[in-house]
Write a protein that binds this ligand. Sequence first.
Ligand code: ME8
Length: 503
Amino acid sequence: MSRPAFYVTTPIYYVNAAPHLGHAYTTIAADVMARHHRQRGQDVFFLTGTDEHGEPVKLAAEKEGITPGELAERNYVRFRDLAPRLGASNDFFIRTSDAEHQAKVQEVLTRVKDNGFAYEGTYEGWYCPRCADFKTEREIAEGNTCPIHKIALTREHEHNWFFRLSAFQDALDRLFTERPDFVRPRARYNEALSFIRGGLQDVSLSRRGLGWGVPVPWDPEQVFYVWWDALLNYYTALSYAAPGEDLTGRFWPATYHLVGKDILKFHTIYWPALLMAADLPVPEHVFVHGFLLSGGEKMSKSLGNVLDPFEVIERYGSDALRYYLLRDVSFGQDGSVSPAAFEERYERELANDYGNLASRTLAMIVRYRDGEVAPVRHDAALEADFDGLAERVSELLDRAEVTQALEEIWQRVRRLNRYVEECAPWQLAKDPERAGDLDVVLATLAEGLRVLTVLLHPWLPATSAKLLAALGAPDDALEAARLGARRVARVAAIEPLFPKQAA
Ligand code: ME8
């Protein structure tokens, strides 16, 4: 039994550039999990936001000849507005420039120092200004370049405050050994563990001369290193997200941090160590997903292979984008995306498999029975296929297997389509003697469609609400996702859920 509270987060995105499909991907996955857990009646908190400090933002602002504050002010809006356009149901949007966040960062990091985990020292080594990452020897590509951004690393020589990461070598090893599900999927767990076992070095706690960040209270010439400030958002947000109420006791530690593989080290190593240094409980799980690629390449505007989330939403709606991304790019692995693959999934699966199933079912009930569904028991033939389905979906989502859970449901969408073909209600309708059989088939289709539509709510929230309304059974709680759990009595015909698009 999972605990009643469920807290899921996305990374907070840098405001140095515009939001793109990669950001949308993590936000959508987190939203699927948040919605599913709400369906289970759990107390859910879902957080996303923007990372506004550090060199990535400072350098981007310099390029445009404005201050980092001005750049943040202009760009954060684009991330804040992306969430609702994706259909994301986040409970709060944090900005690291929020005064409450900054005060809490100072409080926690002062405790880290008081606990003996901060000291003054000199850093000498390689640094990627785009990652804001001090690279260890193992993380450096050919010619002293960044393996993620492919740019030359800079040589830093800086006198600042250090965090005693090395003191957590054993504690982290123990955390990983005792909690093999702390990091998912397994390959990422192994990657993090081997990083730990390779030996941990202390890392900067603060930066000197950056002038853009949260000031170090005991050394005001310095600001905290952006990653500490950023990671702490997951914790600080709870203290001020709800006016007049501190949600920390209700939701900390977080259940799931969802992050891309580019920021694995920070979330699976730095973050739990920092929390331990501050006497705070560590999160239950970090799920590390892969990258969206385009023809094996990272998406890039100059290569012209960009699937623009805003354009897709404009034309096809946010549900189509949500479905496509989580279906096509198996959550946890890298995967290619393209406009052609999107259109293929849209036509074949959303418009045909599901959209047609819904239109046909409703249209037949309207045509043959004037919209009334007879009060008969559903066909036992489908029971084996639907039994335990909701539990299976929950189990998979407990492990953040967002793509597999969707696949389980989709197999039943296909099963219901086969059921239509097998029963051929249009034949039964011609034979008055078989009116009873037709009633059962139509009631079974309506009920099967209702169950699947409840289960699909996290992926297709807008479509699910529309269709459940047409079925006259708006209850989307997970306990309604069993054959016979609710009754569809009367339906209304609807416009196609996923209209075919002119080329
Ligand atoms: O790293 N495929 O912010 P960021 C899949 N501010 N996901 C992608 C992606 C891609 N091609 N590109 C980006 C930062 N993402 C820090 C985080 S958290 C305390 C601070 C997603 O704007 C993915 O979730 O560079 C990745 O980890 C994140 O965006 C990086 O966003």
